[in-house]
Design a protein around this ligand. Structure first.
Ligand code: PLP
Length: 436
């Protein structure tokens, strides 16, 4: 057993080896992989507990010194070396011991345990943004010469990443309609390594046939990565259907208060170790203070999602028959085609509803100006209602033709319903429509 730094080959200034031992640790096929990382003080709940219970309790750090009921903020970049630290270096298991905050910090582990418990995952990694989670995951789980199948219907930042960056590192990308299984199958190549899709698409709320996609992927030995930001684990847990990795922009529903940015990836310990190692190289870990905010937000996730979903469903229903609205996009409405999603979510579709206003973009812009409660701002998933137009925000990097191909038509508004009283929101929207 190693007990000092000479045994583990740390450099004279104590710098950590970033490859060597760590790499062999990651690739050891016979290594017993334990869930986590966590300490004995991170609360572990029975997996049979309900979603709200896990949201409140899972991962909370029970401080043995103070008895604090909430997780303290471990506002420290580095941690005292002990024998177990040297052993960790020796064995290459530096993910499981607090060493340095880019590697891991008990505040991060609390959030990761909570999200992993909600998603039904063995492990999770928190990031400084949703884009950090997506980019790190894509780079970690594909390599040079690989091919990724994704869609134009993804968040604009994700589209920019796959469109502008991946070819620079010799990764090919194909774009398909994510609801069309035969199109996805037709896009598979010998070098296809990953399907990258959103569980409920932005902004047209097309539901992914996630079970069928996972079955197809398994047949061809392809990894499935699902961005579940719009639905949250309260509505859908893609790992249960065979997805390999679930990603969130935790900036949205998971945190829920529009006051920080974060991302998270969860899945098996085997894949998350690889994503974590990529995160070490790219940076992008979440700082302890933001972990505190995110963990606090997560505690009310189940409660908030119920309110968001009820409000969005009521708005969809009210607008569906409104004479100034030409089309409403929401899974609760008759004729919604992606029945697999309806089956999975059972009425809980998150808080986004999209609709087209008669008169196109000028009428839609005028409508937004007349709203008094809902704020005109990009983003979603906060307690306050936010409204924006995809053509000049989230999807502005698509060409006019690509927007048409996806189905983003003039006058399209994306409304992120907050948790305000339903009648107040409905009155705000109906009043604004009356004035245009
Ligand atoms: C579905 C989806 N995924 C990822 C992101 C990126 O997340 P972040 O802004 O936290 O980097 C967003 C942002 O809007 C999003 O809507």
């Amino acid at each position: 057993m190693a007990t000092n730094k000479q045994h583990v080959g740390l450099s004279a200034d104590g710098n950590m080896p970033e490859s060597g031992a760590q790499k062999s640790w990651m690739d050891q096929l016979n290594r017993k992989r334990v869930p986590g990382p966590r300490t004995p003080y991170h609360h572990k709940l029975d997996a049979r507990t309900g979603c709200s219970t896990r949201a409140v309790h899972s991962g909370t750090y029970h401080d043995p010194v103070s008895g604090a009921v909430g997780t303290p903020v471990f506002q420290s970049t580095t941690f005292l070396f002990q024998d177990k630290t040297y052993d960790a270096f020796f064995e290459g298991v530096t993910r499981d011991v607090p060493i340095y905050t880019r590697y891991g910090n008990p505040s991060q582990w609390s959030v990761q345990e909570k999200v992993a418990a909600l998603e039904g995952a063995e492990s999770a990694v928190v990031f400084s943004s949703g884009m950090a989670a997506i980019a790190t995951t894509v780079y970690a789980l594909t390599n040079r010469g690989g091919h990724i199948v994704t869609s134009y219907d993804v968040y604009g930042g994700t589209y920019n990443l796959v469109r502008e960056d991946l070819h620079q590192s010799d990764r090919e990308v194909s774009f398909v309609d994510p609801t069309d299984l035969s199109a996805i199958e037709a896009a598979i190549q010998q070098n296809t390594q990953m399907f990258l899709f959103e569980g409920l698409s932005n902004p047209l709320l097309k539901g992914l046939p996630v079970k069928s996609i996972c079955e197809l992927a398994r047949k061809h030995n392809i990894l499935v990565v699902i961005d579940n930001t719009f639905l949250s684990p309260v509505a859908s847990r893609p790992l249960e259907f065979g997805a390999d990795i679930v990603i969130h922009s935790a900036t949205k529903y998971l945190n829920g208060h529009s006051d920080m940015t974060a991302g998270v990836a969860s899945g098996s310990r085997k894949f998350l170790d690889r994503i974590w190692a990529q995160m070490l190289r790219l940076g992008g870990q979440l700082d302890p203070n933001s972990c505190f905010l995110l963990e606090r937000g997560l505690k009310t996730l189940a409660l908030r999602m119920r309110a968001h979903s009820e409000n969005a469903t009521a708005i969809a229903s009210a607008l569906d028959s409104h004479p100034k609205i030409t089309r409403v996009y929401h899974p609760s409405l008759p004729g919604y085609e992606q029945t697999e999603l309806l089956d999975i979510c059972k009425g809980n579709y998150g808080g986004v509803v999209s609709f087209e206003i008669e008169g196109g973009d000028p009428a839609a812009l005028a409508f937004m100006e007349k709203l008094e409660l809902a704020q005109v701002a990009t983003s979603l998933g906060g307690v306050e209602s936010l409204v924006s137009m995809p053509f000049n925000t989230s999807h502005s990097s698509l060409t006019e033709r690509q927007r048409q191909q996806v189905g983003i038509r003039p006058g399209l508004i994306r409304f992120s319903a907050g948790v305000e009283d339903q009648n107040d929101l409905l009155n705000d929207i109906l009043n604004a429509l009356e004035q245009i």
